[in-house]
Design a protein. Structure first.
Length: 140
């Protein structure tokens, strides 16, 4: 697993629930934001993916809520790809408060979909290696 990439996020008031906690669905938005920021930092755009005839797909996502987040909290959302064999890969993420406290852990299984065949590509790491200007950000 590579060192996690991270992006800063400030919890906004409109993202909170009636208890003042960050709404549970927003954690998924933060995770997705970090994933796309990683793709962009590695030199992969949505246009390049679609132009190649592929797109990333989420197959499973698990969130473990550890500590509450409130409006105004500053967090880092990490993102690290974990490669195995086969058509899928894991993405391990954490939402970390400024004091180092882990507020949430997000674990996802993803793949790369061939947009014409509507099937997962056999080697998703090869797609990232081919398209990325910096595949090292994916641990490749």
């Amino acid at each position: 697993m590579s060192e996690p990439f991270s992006v800063p996020v400030t919890v906004r008031g409109y993202e909170t629930d009636v208890q003042g906690h960050l709404n549970q669905a927003v954690y998924l938005n933060y995770a997705e934001h970090a994933r796309w920021a990683l793709l962009q930092a590695a030199g992969i755009t949505q246009t390049a993916l679609v132009g190649t005839g592929v797109g990333p797909v989420a197959l499973e996502t698990t969130i473990r809520y550890r500590r509450e987040l409130l409006a105004g909290d500053e967090v880092e959302v990490t993102c690290a790809f974990v490669w195995g064999g086969g058509k899928t890969f894991r993405i391990e993420q954490a939402v970390v408060k400024a004091d180092g406290t882990v507020a949430a852990e997000i674990s996802a299984v993803g793949g790369i979909l061939d947009l014409e065949r509507r099937k997962l590509v056999a080697d998703p790491a090869a797609v990232f290696r081919k398209l990325a200007s910096d595949p090292g950000l994916f641990g490749l």
